[in-house]
Design a protein around this ligand. Structure first.
Ligand code: GRF
Length: 213
């Protein structure tokens, strides 16, 4: 069982995916704290509905990123958090937070990294004309959307896709792969070797390659 803290800034559909998996007994994780840098976001309401402690620490209240992150660390530690899950958290993470939770911070990004890091991964994919898009769960390092990749899920880009329709398709895969990554962590199966993450132990048969034209 891993004790997690979830950092949010918005709608919290990935948080909801964790909550639902835990409730179904399919994720060996307890969410000790949901921390938001913005008040009154939907993610906080989702946490409250699930009976999870919440806290708002507004980044605007701090002159420097380091002081903001120090406040985050204090709350996360006080809650007994071992693993930090960025789930739509809209602040860049610096070495202050990284040093407090080394290889213990995960992020989900709505693109097949290393393609399309940064903002608007879905829009970037559409503008580039790729046929496959998707989502990536990775450990966080000092570069944005860059750390060792844990799980990726691909979806097709269809001819009539809008940013919205592609976002919805990618979100479905996000809600599968983020809980999967956390479960692998909880089982102690993730071994980081440089930029590569090896998953120890048996795995179910994977479906064949996804080919799209
Ligand atoms: C997701 O698309 C995630 O990939 C990105 O931010 C979005 C968060 O959505 N990092 P939600 O708040 O979990 O609904």
């Amino acid at each position: 069982m891993v004790a997690a803290g979830v950092l949010v800034s918005g709608s919290g559909t990935n948080l909801q995916a964790f909550i639902d998996r835990i409730a179904a007994g399919r994720l060996d994780c307890v969410i000790r704290l949901v921390l938001s840098n913005r008040p009154e976001v939907q993610a906080l309401r989702r946490a409250e509905t699930a009976g999870i402690p919440t806290r708002v620490i507004e980044h605007r209240g701090f002159a420097q990123r380091e002081a903001f992150e120090t406040a985050l660390i204090e709350s996360l530690r006080a809650a007994g958090v071992e693993l930090v899950l960025l789930a739509g958290f809209d602040r860049l993470v610096t070495r202050t937070l990284l040093a407090a939770f080394p290889m213990r911070i995960m992020n989900i990004h709505p693109a097949l990294l290393p393609a399309f890091p940064g903002l608007h991964g879905q829009r970037q994919a559409l503008e580039h004309g790729v046929k496959l898009a998707g989502a990536t769960v990775h450990f966080v390092d000092e570069e944005t959307d860059h750390g060792p990749i844990i799980v990726q899920g691909a979806v097709p880009v269809l001819p009539d896709d809008s940013e919205e329709s592609l976002r919805a398709r990618i979100q479905q895969v996000e809600h599968e792969i983020y809980p999967l990554a956390v479960q692998l962590f909880a089982e102690g199966r993730l071994v980081v070797e440089g930029r590569r993450v090896r998953v120890r132990g048996p795995r179910p048969t994977l479906p064949g390659p996804l080919v799209v034209w």
